[in-house]
Design a protein around this ligand. Structure first.
Ligand SMILES: [Zn+2]
Length: 614
C-alpha cells in the first residue's frame, strides 16, 4: 500500500459522454492529422478515437507548442486524454482540450512494451492504465484494421497514398510554397525517382553522401502549409510523412521510348491526415528502418572514385541517337576490340577539351578533310588591307551586270573603295536582297556593309575580270557568317561566272566560283567514363550535336551562352562525377597511322544533345 495519495482517474467510455462534461478517456486512433500550424501561431491536431463501445469521438486539439499535442505515429496507436472537454459541433459530440489537458500515446500492437509517449516527464501510469491499454489492444486487434498505409519505398506503387518512414538527407526551399526533401529508407523504388533540379537552390545536406546513395534517395516535394514544418526539419532526423502521394510521370525519350519516373508529393492542406512528423531516434517505429539503413551502409561505404553502378540510375540528360538497333557496349569491351566498329555507349563526360569553347570551332574541308583555324579578325583585316592596296581597274566598273560606285578615303593615302551593286534583270534590287562586290574595302567596312546587304563578296581587279581574293579571305559574307573555301581543293573561276545566276546561297555561289567551301565544325575531345573504362572520343560536328550552328557561334553571344550551358550540364563544374548526367551516344572507331604507329581513335557520330523535359 502506498502512503502517497494517488489520484485515481475515472475514464468515461465513449458512449457515455455528455455535452459540457470534462472527462478522461482512452481510445484507439482511427484517424489523425499530425500537428500543423493553424491560423495564428497555435498548432492544431485532429484525432478521431474509438473504443470498445464502437463509438467514435473526434477531438480538435490546440496548443501553443508542437510538443503539447498527442504524439501519434499511426492509426492504431492508443491514446489517453485527461481533461478533455466535450461539446457539440454540427450536431455531434466533439472533444477539445480544456485547461490542464494532457495526453499519453502507446503503441497499439499486442505484445509491445507499455512505453508512453508524452512531452511531459511527469505523468501517472498505474496498473489500471496498463490494463486499459492491454484491453484496447486486444479489442483493436480484431476491430481496427492494421494500418496498411505504412510502407517501405520498395513497396511503393504509383497513384497511391502512403505513410513513409524515412530519414531526411537533404532539403531545399524551391519557392515560398514548395519545399524539396531528399529522403531514404534503405530500400529502392521499383521505378526511378524523379529528380528535382537543384540549380539555383540553396541546398542543405551532404550532397556527396546523397550522390553515393544514388537511387536509394527519393525526392519529395511538400507544399503550402507543410513548407513551414519542412523548413524546421533537421538533416539526419527521422520522419514519418503522412499521406504521401505517388505519381508516375512518363518522360518521353527516343532512347528508351518512354522513361517512367516516380514522383512524390505531399500536397497542401491537412485532409487525409497529410503532414510530417519527426520520430524520436529511440522510437520503436524506427527499428525496421534502422536495420535497412545499416545494411545499405555496408554496401555503399566503399569509397567510389569512379561511378557507382546502380540498377535504377536515371538519365537526367539524354542524347538522342539514330541506330537504335545497336546494343550498348561497356567501354572496357570497346577498348579491347579492333577498328573500325560502331558502338552505342552510356557514359558520363568526365572532361573535355578545349575548355574555352570558342576555340572548339574550326573549319573543315569536306573533300580533303583538312582542318584549319577560323581566321582571327586581325589576320583577316591584314588580308583585306593587302588587297586594298591594289589599283582599281576602271574598265571593270559599271558593266551591264552591276552598277559601280567609287570612293576615295581621306587621309589613308587616298585609298579607293569600289562597290559594285549586282543587278537583277537589269534592275538594282533592294539592299536587303542585293549582292555587292567590294574592292579595296577594309574589314570594318566589309562587316558594316554585310549587315545592310544580303551578301558581300570581296574582290579585286584582274586583267580581264573582277576576281576573288585568295582564299585566306572569305569568298562570301552573309550577315555575321564568313564563308571560306579550301585552298587545296578549290579551282577559282572569275566573278562573271556568278552573275546572272541570282542564287546567293553559299553552296551555289561556291560551286559557280569553283570553290570547295569549308564547313564550320565543333572539334572537341570528350573523355567518356562509364565506370568500366575511360575512352577519349572526338566530336566533329557542324550543328547536329549541340543544335547550335558552329558557323554562327563565334559571332553570337547568345549562342555562346547556350553552348556553355549545355557543356555545364554535361560536365557540371565543381561537383563529383557521380552527379553528372548519363549520356547515350554513338561512337565509331577508326585506325590512324601516326608515323609508324598504328592507333585506334574514336569519334562521336549521329548523336544529339537533348535537354530533358523535367
Ligand atoms: Zn580541301
Amino acid at each position: 500500500m502506498s502512503l502517497v495519495p494517488v489520484t485515481r482517474y475515472t475514464y468515461t467510455p465513449l458512449n457515455l459522454l455528455k455535452e459540457g462534461a470534462i472527462v478522461n478517456v482512452y481510445g484507439v486512433v482511427k484517424f489523425f492529422k499530425p500537428p500543423y500550424l493553424s491560423r495564428g501561431t497555435d498548432y492544431c491536431s485532429v484525432v478521431t478515437i474509438v473504443d470498445q463501445t464502437n463509438v467514435k469521438l473526434t477531438c480538435m486539439l490546440f496548443s501553443g507548442n508542437y510538443e503539447g499535442l498527442p504524439i501519434i505515429y499511426k492509426v492504431g496507436d492508443i491514446v489517453r486524454f485527461h481533461r478533455l472537454k466535450i461539446q457539440v459541433y454540427k450536431n455531434e459530440l466533439q472533444g477539445i482540450n480544456s485547461s490542464g489537458f494532457a495526453s499519453l500515446t502507446f503503441e497499439g500492437t499486442l505484445g509491445t512494451p507499455f512505453t508512453a509517449r508524452c512531452s511531459s516527464k511527469l505523468f501517472s501510469f498505474s496498473a489500471q492504465d496498463q490494463e486499459m491499454v492491454e484491453d484496447l489492444r486486444v479489442w483493436a486487434s480484431t476491430h481496427i484494421p492494421a494500418s496498411s498505409a505504412v510502407v517501405q519505398l520498395c513497396d511503393v506503387q504509383p497513384l497511391q497514398f502512403y505513410d513513409l518512414t524515412c530519414q531526411l538527407l537533404g532539403k531545399a526551399e524551391v519557392d515560398g510554397t514548395t519545399f524539396l526533401l531528399k529522403v531514404w529508407d534503405g530500400t529502392r523504388t521499383t521505378f526511378p525517382s524523379w529528380r528535382v533540379s537543384l540549380q539555383d537552390l540553396n541546398f542543405e545536406g551532404d550532397l556527396s553522401h546523397i550522390l553515393r546513395l544514388q537511387s536509394l534517395v527519393v525526392d519529395v516535394m511538400v507544399y503550402d502549409n507543410h513548407v513551414q514544418v519542412a523548413k524546421s526539419l533537421k538533416i539526419g532526423s527521422f520522419l514519418r510523412i503522412f499521406s504521401l502521394h505517388t505519381k508516375l510521370q512518363s518522360v518521353n525519350s527516343a532512347l528508351t521510348n518512354s522513361l517512367l519516373r516516380l514522383e512524390f508529393h505531399l500536397h497542401g492542406g491537412t485532409s487525409y491526415g497529410r503532414g510530417i512528423r519527426v520520430l524520436p531516434e529511440t522510437s520503436p517505429c524506427l527499428d525496421q528502418l534502422k536495420k535497412e539503413l545499416e545494411c545499405v551502409d555496408v554496401d555503399v561505404s566503399q569509397p567510389s572514385s569512379g561511378i557507382c553502378q546502380a540498377e535504377n540510375e536515371d538519365i537526367s540528360l539524354s542524347i538522342l541517337t539514330d541506330h537504335q538497333y545497336l546494343m550498348k557496349t561497356p567501354i572496357c569491351a570497346i577498348l579491347k576490340q579492333k577498328a573500325p566498329q560502331q558502338y552505342r555507349i552510356r557514359a558520363k563526360l568526365r572532361s573535355y577539351m578545349p575548355r574555352r569553347l570558342f576555340q572548339s570551332v574550326k573549319l573543315l574541308c569536306p573533300k580533303c578533310h583538312s582542318l584549319q583555324e577560323v581566321p582571327y579578325e586581325d589576320s583577316l583585316d591584314k588580308v583585306l588591307q593587302d588587297a586594298s592596296s591594289k589599283t582599281l581597274n576602271t574598265k571593270l566598273q559599271d558593266t551591264s551586270l552591276y552598277d559601280s560606285k567609287v570612293w576615295s578615303t581621306k587621309g589613308q593615302g587616298g585609298r579607293q573603295v569600289a562597290i559594285h551593286f549586282v543587278k537583277s534583270d537589269d534592275i538594282l534590287p533592294l539592299s536587303s536582297e542585293c549582292l555587292i562586290l567590294i574592292e579595296g574595302g577594309r574589314l570594318c567596312e566589309v562587316s558594316k556593309l554585310s549587315s545592310k546587304f544580303h551578301s558581300v563578296i570581296p574582290v579585286k581587279s584582274g586583267p580581264e575580270n573582277l576576281e576573288l581574293l585568295d582564299l585566306s579571305a572569305p569568298f562570301l559574307i552573309q550577315g555575321n557568317v564568313y564563308h571560306y573555301g579550301c585552298k587545296q581543293c578549290s579551282n577559282l573561276k572569275p566573278i562573271p561566272n556568278l552573275l546572272n545566276k541570282e542564287l546567293w546561297n553559299p553552296s551555289a555561289v561556291a560551286e559557280v566560283l569553283g570553290i570547295v567551301p569549308l564547313q564550320y565544325v565543333f572539334v572537341m575531345s570528350f573523355t567518356l567514363d562509364d565506370g568500366t573504362g575511360v575512352l577519349d572520343a572526338y566530336l566533329k560536328d557542324s550543328e547536329n550535336f549541340f543544335k547550335i550552328p558552329a558557323s554562327e557561334v563565334l559571332t553570337d553571344d547568345d549562342l555562346q551562352r547556350s553552348l556553355e550551358t549545355i557543356m555545364n550540364m554535361l560536365c557540371p563544374p565543381g561537383v563529383k562525377i557521380d552527379t553528372y548526367p548519363w549520356l547515350e551516344c554513338l561512337i565509331k572507331s577508326y585506325n590512324v597511322t601516326i608515323g609508324t604507329e598504328q592507333r585506334i581513335c574514336y569519334q562521336i557520330f549521329d548523336t544529339t544533345v537533348a535537354e530533358d523535359t523535367v
